[in-house]
Design a protein around this ligand. Structure first.
Ligand code: DX5
Ligand code: ZN
Length: 219
């Protein structure tokens, strides 16, 4: 299984609805929506009302990545806007367990993310309650950055722990992903790929998504 979740951060925001539809028609499995508050990360993007507005352009899974300081305050807003999966950061100030419980109590899938400097083992205690973990392969905040290859051992540690405990937790990677590192990530245990520039900067989006999927399994 290879799931591609194009990051709308790299789309043309003036045409966000159209672009959401286009990427959905071009083979995206999910739609990755990056929410930044200018505090947790040094950049501001958009909030729940924008997600609500683009929700009608796609029936794909809305994979909402919250890079915000106090995510628990906004979980309900994102649910009402149409989120299916909510990823929040371990490094944010909200209580991790309470936030996971809140996401799940509203019928969404819960996912926890770690920034590059956070060790994998910090989130081991929460794995039983999670549907997904997101390992950042760039410092969160901006699209178009270079992939950090030294995140691979962290991903492998998570994969090994998930397997050892026989859990059903999907591993997502996010940041600097393209054809050149898909296989490396796949072999380390990633099955869900948040990809911005490599999808939206391509001339042919359908071909780009197809090639990303194929490159995960290339020898
Ligand atoms: C970074 C975001 C990513 C980013 C991915 O903070 O979480 O989703 O937009 O974009 P690329 O693939 O261009 O690194
Ligand atoms: Zn993201």
């Amino acid at each position: 299984m290879v799931l591609i979740s194009p990051s709308m951060l790299s789309c043309d925001f003036a045409k966000m609805g159209e672009q959401t539809k286009k990427v959905s028609d071009c083979g995206a499995d999910m739609i990755h929506l990056d929410i930044m508050d200018g505090i947790f990360v040094p950049n501001i993007t958009f909030g729940a009302p924008i997600i609500k507005a683009v929700r009608k352009y796609s029936d794909k899974i809305f994979d909402v990545h919250l890079m915000i300081n106090d995510p628990i305050k906004y979980i309900e807003d994102f649910k009402n806007a149409g989120a299916d999966i909510i990823t929040f950061h371990y490094e944010s100030i909200s209580d991790v367990e309470e936030t996971i419980d809140k996401i799940r109590s509203l019928g969404m899938k819960a996912s926890l993310s770690i920034k590059p400097n956070t060790p994998s083992k910090d989130i081991f205690p929460y794995l039983d309650k999670l549907d997904m973990v997101l390992v950042m392969t760039v410092e969160p905040g901006f699209g178009g950055q270079s992939f950090m290859g030294n995140m691979i051992p962290k991903i492998e540690e998570l994969r090994d722990e998930i397997e050892r405990r026989n859990l059903d937790v999907l591993i997502q990677a996010d940041g600097g992903i393209g054809k050149d590192n898909m296989k490396l990530l796949y072999d380390a245990g990633v099955r869900c790929f948040a990809v911005g520039s490599s999808v939206f900067k391509a001339d042919d989006m359908e071909k780009a998504i197809d090639e990303l999927k194929k490159s995960a399994k290339d020898i």
